[in-house]
Design a protein around this ligand. Sequence first.
Ligand code: ADP
Ligand code: MG
Length: 335
Amino acid sequence: MKLKELGEFAFIERFSKLFDISSDHNLIGIGDDCAVIPIDDEKSQLITTDTLVDSIHFISAKTKPVDLGYKALAVNLSDIAAMGGTPKYAFLCLTTPQDIEVEWYDKFFEGFKLCCDQFEVKLLGGDMTKTSSHLVITVTVLGIAAKDKIKYRSTAKPGDLICVTDKIGDSVGGLYAYLNELPSSEAVEYLKNAHFKPHPHIAEGKWLAAQSGVHAMLDISDGIESDIHRIMEKSGCGAEIELTRLPLSDWFIKVAKEQNWQMWELAFTGGEDYCLMLTVDPQDYDDLAEKYALLFDKNLSRIGHITDQNELKLTFEGKNHQIRKRGYNHFRKSH
Ligand code: ADP
Ligand code: MG
């Protein structure tokens, strides 16, 4: 069977059985946003790694190197945020063609450093190899979290409200604006910025992880449509999401209407929002949302709830809804 027939997540499932660590209750390995290794009674080490490949995740000839450097680190920080941790150290591996201009890398590292400084992360090492093919950037980040505060994908409960920590869809809107070479406007530049310079929700994740009413959490990298399945699989539950509850920005709505995009479906399936999706005890939601809005000056939007049905049910203005396009999955378009 070819990898593309199996799909990314079934593939991970297939080989990860060989490395089962479920008997070691202290360790979390394959299957969450970060691996978790206990340090002592109070703290745990978080570790995550992510790869960006030229022509798959970005097009080097058309991407500002300063943005790419920033994003290569930011997407990893987002996985630390998803567990409620604080990022500390980074490692950077470059598999690089030799004909890239050194000045291009100067800009790349300027962006990488900007993100390091913003989130107080130190680059401690990495690796460098040449390739006759595309540029591949792999970043690994180590973080720290309070052991009893870490949130996982596996702890959602039927009845929980599904919430997101920011607007959804700006990143995919920016990607579409960029791919379709839409003429510059305030709205288009806002969307492109959201795509090229994602903001990991570190402070938000830490605060939310410390709240007992928050049950499960992950970051939205592949899109809600795909990522909600990660919570469903790990927690053994289902979900119901109302598309029109997705919080869309005014800029996204404006450009989507001008371009005739199916805005709700696009926001639902598009990836790289890099905000957090969490499940919340309904009794705690009002209090949590009020405090969140005061602290972070944005909304904790509820978009649906967890069910015991083992399937994803989508509604549009209360009526059952089917979508055509699906979230991102390497090797195949599926969950
Ligand atoms: P995320 O999008 O949060 O980075 P992924 O969906 O990429 O997470 O990965 C899901 C899980 O599978 C993670 O726990 C990740 O560490 C693990 N994983 C992915 N690829 C591999 C691999 N090649 N070897 C071991 N574990 C992997
Ligand atoms: Mg993640």
